[in-house]
Ligand binder design. Structure first.
Ligand code: KG4
Ligand code: ZN
Length: 339
């Protein structure tokens, strides 16, 4: 007898994307609707939490309706409802959680709370159907820079994370002082293609072997000092060289620490995820060095790198299989850690 398919409807509202998705058996995306608030927040140079919450309220039900309709699945046909409950902006998270509770309650289906970071890692299961743990995961986004040993579907060990700014946050802040629009990561990525990555030597913090922690705030300050120094001397800083040299410093540290951690965990696969995983320099440098060292490397396609509900649905599926469901007391946990 064939196994009954599991349809997960998932919601993601932890930051500035309102997203809903239907995924079958944790791997097959039927729909992945993403309503981005980027244009709304751009004029403020970053995400304004109160505005994000209000926009999620406006968007969440239309986005869910669209995800169900594209998937050709009714709410009654959904097996379980997954939702991000942290980490993220508290008001933004609460909108998704309230909607997911109401939907699950209406059709008497299980509710599953998902850690956003775990979701980012699981984006790779959607892109690579043959991928299975164990592997080392590098999660690099606007809010996180973490190295995680994924031992099994429900077993994670956080090896290290950033002490201050996340990598994406550093990209966004450097871009902002260079007058580039939010989010700055893709802008720096493009501008860096025109510059020389060895033109300016920016610091590589905590680069002594053995440390799995990151720090990007000193690098960000060094870039600001370089730009201020040029302005004070009435010189024109070469923004393409600044972008390329800054990006090279970030990528060098990310790649070195990832390879070292992979070796320590005795895995043969490296999985990258989060918005910064879309960075072209990180993709080419890590792919080249990791493949030379004998690792297989996985990057999700850009739409699954940045925030989306399909990755939350994939994670929810594996929690569902293990019986990790939530009840209607599920609350937002803005500082949620990996289990
Ligand atoms: O994962 P994500 O959508 O949201 C968080 O959970 O934080 O990541 C957004 C971050 C932003 O900081 C953005 O600038 C960065 O990912 N990003 C990039 C690139 N594309 C997005 N950073 C560097 N290069 C890129 N191509
Ligand atoms: Zn994210």
């Amino acid at each position: 007898m064939s196994k009954e398919k599991v349809f997960i409807l998932a919601l993601e509202t932890s930051c500035d994307e309102t997203s809903a998705s239907v995924v079958v058996d944790g791997r097959e995306i039927l729909s992945n609707v993403i309503s981005s608030q980027v244009p709304v927040h751009r004029k403020f140079g970053g995400v304004v939490p109160e505005i994000a919450s209000r926009k999620h309220i406006e968007n969440v039900i239309p986005v869910v309706d669209k995800a169900l309709s594209i998937a050709g699945v009714t709410l009654q046909e959904v097996t379980a409802v997954g939702v991000t409950y942290g980490p993220g902006l508290v008001g933004a998270l609460l909108v998704g959680i309230a909607a997911a509770k109401a939907l699950a309650f209406a059709v008497q289906k299980p509710l599953i709370g998902v850690n956003h970071l775990e979701g980012h890692i699981f984006a790779n299961f959607l892109a690579y159907r043959e991928l299975e743990p164990p592997f080392l995961a590098l999660v690099v986004s606007g809010g996180h820079t973490s190295l995680v040993h994924v031992k099994e579907y429900n077993q994670f060990q956080l090896l290290g994370q950033t002490r201050d700014d996340a990598a994406g946050e550093a990209f966004d802040k450097v871009a902002r002082v260079m007058g580039l629009p939010y989010p700055g990561g893709p802008q720096i990525d493009k501008l860096a293609l025109l510059g020389n990555p060895t033109a300016i030597h920016f610091p590589r913090a905590l680069s002594t072997p053995g440390s799995h922690e990151f720090s990007f705030s000193g690098l960000k300050s060094a870039v600001l000092n370089h730009l201020n120094h040029a302005a004070q001397h009435k010189e024109e800083a070469n923004h393409a060289d600044v972008a390329a040299s800054f990006q090279a410093a970030v990528v060098e540290v990310l790649v070195a620490k990832t390879l070292e951690a992979a070796q320590e965990c005795c895995v043969d696969k490296i999985v990258v995820s989060g918005g910064v995983a879309a960075n072209s320099c990180l993709q080419s440098t890590l792919s080249q060095q990791a493949v030379n060292a004998g690792y297989s490397v996985y990057f999700p396609p850009p739409v699954l790198c940045t925030d989306n509900a399909a990755m939350i649905a994939s994670r929810a599926y594996y929690k569902y299989l293990s019986g990790f469901t939530a009840d209607l007391h599920l609350n937002a946990v803005p500082g949620l850690k990996l289990q």
